[in-house]
Design a protein around this ligand. Structure first.
Ligand code: PMM
Length: 275
């Protein structure tokens, strides 16, 4: 039996400064229109975020983050979309769920604001718990994995500890999805090791979501002979190839910017598997 197709999570960054699409959808109307396009392209989930996590980013005020995401969540949830809020803040998670989000995507796995776990427990939202070590302004200082088993063993153990914290706050197993956090306190080779080692993370017993779309390890992979990294908006073919490979690994979800390309690729894979 081929694995079930992964859910496609389309990215709606309502930010002026995200690394891949910063500033393109930073008004509520533009973000809502973009979310609708992603739905038409075949997104299963819309991930709406108001804080950029690109390396070196500074954090918005909580009021700014709320003002960015709430109108977008309200409108897209009213359209019937499954909405995820990409936030590390309990106030934002709480108000986002009240506005119609059913998934809390916390890139800090509850480390930045542990009260996010209380909100998840109280609301029953699905919880995407990502591997994370530090805020973006200094996260690359923490891309060191010298212990036995290297990056894979460390990410596995640190995610496991976050699951324990979620349980302690009252979050149920059925709510939890794990994410290796590609690019967050990770060097390019760390990301490839994590991708190759996904079965070891899946063996923790939770669904897994992966966000590789347009990240800098793909830019590095596709470096030109003169040493120039492949630009962010030209990493789509590699991203789509990873969607297919991740589907074959049986992941629960793939977080992408270009939903149409990944949807087309998954259709081809599905048809292939039918024989
Ligand atoms: N990556 C980014 C933002 N949010 N959420 C999850 N769960 N996993 C990720 O890998 C992830 C994320 C950064 O990428 P972006 O700036 O393109 O949104």
């Amino acid at each position: 039996m081929p694995p079930t197709a992964p859910l496609l999570m389309g990215v709606v960054n309502v930010t002026p400064d995200s690394f891949s699409d910063g500033g393109r959808w930073d008004t509520p109307d533009a973000a809502i229109a973009h979310g609708r396009e992603l739905l038409a392209d075949g997104a299963d989930i819309l991930d709406i975020g108001g804080e950029s996590t690109r390396p070196g980013a500074t954090r918005p005020l909580v009021e700014e983050e709320l003002a960015r995401v709430l109108p977008v969540i309200r409108e897209l949830a009213a359209d019937g979309a499954t909405v995820s809020v990409d936030t590390m803040r309990s106030e934002v998670a709480d108000q986002a769920v009240a506005a119609g989000a059913s998934i809390v995507n916390d890139v800090s796995g509850g480390l930045s604001d542990p009260r996010v776990l209380d909100v998840v427990a109280a609301t029953g939202a699905t919880y995407i718990c990502m591997h994370w070590r530090a805020h973006s302004d200094h996260m690359q200082d923490f891309a060191v994995y010298d212990g036995p088993g290297g990056v894979l063993a460390a990410v596995r153990a640190e995610l496991s500890a976050r699951v324990d914290a979620a349980h302690a706050a009252g979050v149920r197993d059925e709510q939890i999805v794990l994410d290796p956090g590609l690019g967050f306190a990770k060097k390019a080779d760390h990301n490839w090791t994590l991708l190759a080692g996904l079965p070891s993370l899946q063996a923790l017993g939770y669904p897994v979501l992966v966000g590789a779309s347009r990240k800098s390890f793909l830019g590095r992979l596709l470096t030109a002979p003169d040493g120039t990294l492949r630009p962010v908006d030209d990493r789509e073919d590699a991203t789509t190839a990873l969607t297919v490979l991740l589907a074959q690994q049986g992941v629960w979800g793939v977080r992408v910017h270009d939903v149409r390309a990944s949807r087309d690729a998954l259709r081809a894979l599905e048809r292939w598997e039918e024989g």
